[in-house]
Design a protein around this ligand. Sequence first.
Ligand code: CA
Length: 232
Amino acid sequence: MASLVLVVEDERKIRELVRDYLERDGYQVLTTGSGAEALTLARTHAPHLMVLDLRLPDVPGEEVARELRTFSSVPVLMLTAKATEDDRIRGLEIGADDYVTKPFSPRELVLRVRAILRRAPEVREHGQARSFGAGLLAIDESRHEAWIDGHLVDLTPTEWRLLLALTARPGRVYSRSELLNRVRGEEFEGYERTIDTHVKNLRHKLGDVSGEPGIIETVVGTGYRLGLQRDG
Ligand code: CA
């Protein structure tokens, strides 16, 4: 399975550059420009690695790393403009696994990411169960299992592929034809509207109640997406 990398960087250009390079290298990528949201995403999505900028507008990267370590051992690759040895040591002291000094080559960053993940196989194992929807939904890609509130959900192969497609990039909207391409299997008829039926069945199994914000959201006129994390 593809490892999930959370990129925390408030400068949009750098954020998108890093995301593009990581995606090109086969990683799943979540991004945010906020330190507070980074902590939320780390809790809800259990990424395999976090790329963390030290200078963030809301919560400084050092604080994010410190707070992160109270509930997660996810490897952290720091992005820093501070190149002095003191800063580097401080970064490593607060739990960063490695650092890259700006300006950096995105290719080098990808290599660092790859190196960290290679030497952290135990973290990758743990990371395979990812939680969505305020921790209600957890999926284990290696076992092809989805859990709701600790209960195993019995999914058809098509429903499983549909769920995986949606969870690959939480919040991203997928059109029916995109989902169709991603879940196409032997039993699949090939009409875009069949996606609606599969989504309906999947929602039912996941316990989504109509009229309430659910794990799978309909985006009118466009398609579907995984609902974002909710409080409570
Ligand atoms: Ca910054």
